[in-house]
Design a protein around this ligand. Structure first.
Ligand code: HEM
Length: 120
């Protein structure tokens, strides 16, 4: 599969994960909790994470990056783990919503910066 194909999948993964986090943040503050939305959000988040990781490694392979992985790519994997764990924090600590909101944005910004500037 081509570099461009992996890129489209990677970006779809980004959209799904961030859509799900936004949905989870809003849902966590609603007075009435709907189970159907919780399920849709969890599935969107999980599938998005899978797409991000698989397509991320596909992109690395197409760029000819194997082991040792550059620091920017390792850091993106750490960001991926954090973004993966955020949904549990959002559900468990809805009162900290604004913190999760801005943290999500900062993590997204950092991931994009690392991929595009590759500073180290
Ligand atoms: C929350 C996690 C992540 C976000 C938000 C994210 C976001 C992005 C964005 C916005 C781009 C730029 C796309 C473009 O060129 O238009 C990108 C590219 C890329 N990402 Fe990720 N990414 C994440 C996780 C990962 C992971 C886990 C890996 C590796 C396993 C990875 C590897 C790459 C690679 C190799 C590129 C292409 C760089 C290039 O074309 O030079 N990303 N990512």
């Amino acid at each position: 599969m081509s570099y461009t194909f992996y890129k489209v999948l990677h970006l779809l993964g980004v959209m799904m994960v961030f859509l799900a986090l936004g949905g989870a943040l809003v849902r966590s503050r609603l007075p009435e909790q709907t189970a159907s939305w919780k399920k849709l959000i969890a599935i969107t988040h999980g599938v998005g994470l899978l797409l991000l990781l698989v397509a991320g490694f596909g992109l690395l392979a197409r760029l000819g990056v194997f082991w040792p992985m550059p620091a920017w790519a390792l850091l993106k994997i750490v960001i991926w783990l954090l973004v993966g764990g955020l949904i549990a924090l959002i559900n468990r600590k809805p009162d900290t919503g604004p913190v999760w909101w801005y943290l999500t944005l900062v993590l997204g910004l950092l991931a994009a910066y690392l991929a595009l500037y590759k500073p180290f």
